[in-house]
Design a protein around this ligand. Structure first.
Ligand SMILES: Cc1cc2nc3c(=O)[nH]c(=O)nc-3n(C[C@H](O)[C@H](O)[C@H](O)COP(=O)(O)O)c2cc1C
Length: 166
């Protein structure tokens, strides 16, 4: 099937049937916290410990994260829907409505995140209009004591996890 028969709206609709969590990928660029909402996060390798996310090649925030060379993946909780909207916006002040601290890489760890994974950029692979960013994990922690549930994204809308925690 020639690829020009794949309509982009149809592509988005069909791929939107794959549910994802939502993360905020953050970094410190020239002294300023930067971040973007990212659904395309996945673990990649255990040995060595690698994770990945896929930013749009034209993302302004990705250019800043790339310049920083290090980043933190904050896994958002269902109570962080507003923060998700802020992180997906074009705002220059995405960190005024949340509290955060700096991890070992200096990248912002956002209070209330279910878990966070600090990385240095290991490799960047071009893939169409996106990049595949592979991060080597330097530190990570989860709020294992907490009862927080994840923010989920499915068919263009948000939801919460409706199940037990094991
Ligand atoms: C739920 C959700 C998931 C997203 N996932 C991604 C993603 O995987 N890759 C990406 O490049 N942008 C993703 N975005 C969009 C970016 O968060 C954001 O709109 C963009 O970084 C802002 O543009 P800028 O970086 O050019 O300022 C997502 C947005 C939302 C709301």
């Amino acid at each position: 099937v020639p690829e020009e028969t794949i309509d982009s709206r149809h592509f988005r609709t069909v791929l939107g049937h794959f549910p994802t969590g939502v993360t905020a990928v953050t970094a410190i660029d020239e002294g300023k916290p930067v971040g973007m909402a990212v659904g395309s996060f996945t673990s990649v390798s255990l040995d060595p410990p690698l994770v990945a996310f896929l930013p749009a090649r034209n993302s302004v925030t990705w250019a800043r994260i790339r310049r920083a060379g290090q980043f933190c993946v904050n896994i958002l909780s269902a109570s962080q829907l507003d923060l998700c909207g802020t992180m997906a916006s074009r705002s220059d002040e995405k960190f005024t409505a949340c509290s955060w601290r700096q991890g070992v890489t200096g990248s912002p760890i956002i209070d209330g995140a279910l878990a966070w994974i600090e990385c240095e950029i290991d490799a960047v692979h071009e893939a169409g209009d996106h990049d595949i960013v592979v991060g080597r994990v330097l530190a990570l922690e989860a709020d294992t004591e907490g009862s927080g549930t994840p923010l989920l994204f499915f068919r263009g809308g948000y939801g919460a996890f409706d199940g037990g925690n094991g």
